[in-house]
Write a protein that binds this ligand. Sequence first.
Ligand SMILES: [Zn+2]
Length: 405
Amino acid sequence: MSCEDIDMKGSSETMENHGGCSPKEGKGKRLWNKVRYQLVEYHSLPGYLRDNEYILGHYRSEWPLKQVLLSMFTIHNETLNVWTHLIGFFIFLALTIYTAMKVPKVVDLHSLQHIPDVLKKADLHKLHMELKTCLPSLPHMPDLHRFREELKTALPSMDLLQSLSSWHVMELLYNCLPERFSHGNQTDRSVKEDVANIIAPLMVRPITRWPFFAFMGGAMFCLLSSSICHLLSCHSERLSYIMLRLDYAGIAALISTSFYPPVYYSFMCNPFFCNLYMGFITILGIATILFSLLPVFQSPEFRTIRASLFFGMGMSGIAPILHKVILFWHQPEALHTTGYEILMGVLYGIGALVYATRIPERWMPGKFDIAGHSHQLFHVLVVAGAYTHYRAGLVYLNWRDMEGC
Ligand SMILES: [Zn+2]
């Protein structure tokens, strides 16, 4: 521990009396640090760190930043709170990269080089008929004869790459193409694969991805800010105040952006309702963040109000989802996504309930300090709920890529 650390922590216990900065550093200092950074009991915490009286011990209290950061790798009552959401953040980061990278794979340059060969080999008329019977749900099935010409003119400008589209179509096409295309003369890849590569981007007009990635961004922001909040809040009252606001802003951002994919992709052909729902949840999210800036918002007595506010925000999603089901009850994708949304609602709902009631530690205070207390369960349920929503988002993308408006 350095002298600067002590200066930063002016309000805490009087370290100076113990000679922590004297030239005789070494064994004595190490011994002092060992005692100094021991975990404390609930009753010896400063008022602002007293949040849950059912967690009796293993608290870090007003440690310097360096020790607080290092405590990430030690055991205390926030360790699992930090790690559950940090791991959740990395899961979402990986999913974002994975989803973003999947799309451009539909057409690669290697397959584009083979277009003339492939087109020569293929019996285009027959292929067209076979694909048409195999893929009756695809409304944009082009006339392949016409595309033979269009391809030739479009390729040099590489504009085709703009129309890269869903890997789902690619898969579907691949399964659909006649098996005889598998036995081409090429050694390293089949004609079938090349044909699928060429046709896939022509059949669909990919829809915008921003609502999907806005949700992924909201989830990552929420998980990371929560993790940082749990790690740093014990440092000082000022930092705790800032961190808690960041945490609430993260939750509001996650809930708001969770509306974007279902609302946008369900109502993209109906701008009035699309704008209405998107505007409503964005304003509600911003209002919640502003409201959470009030000092009273973080007091323990406000725990139930906080939980209810976030819960209510989530529940307002019922309106657009019901609306979607009424409009698209005949579409399997609409029902499929609704199933995911119900599961997500259940996971978040249980999470909010556990958060507000502080179960199970209220039944056995002190027994769940390190592992198993309500906040950790809440964290895991949030990650699970957000993952369910990611899966629903993939269904929406697939649906709209195929159907358009
Ligand atoms: Zn938390």
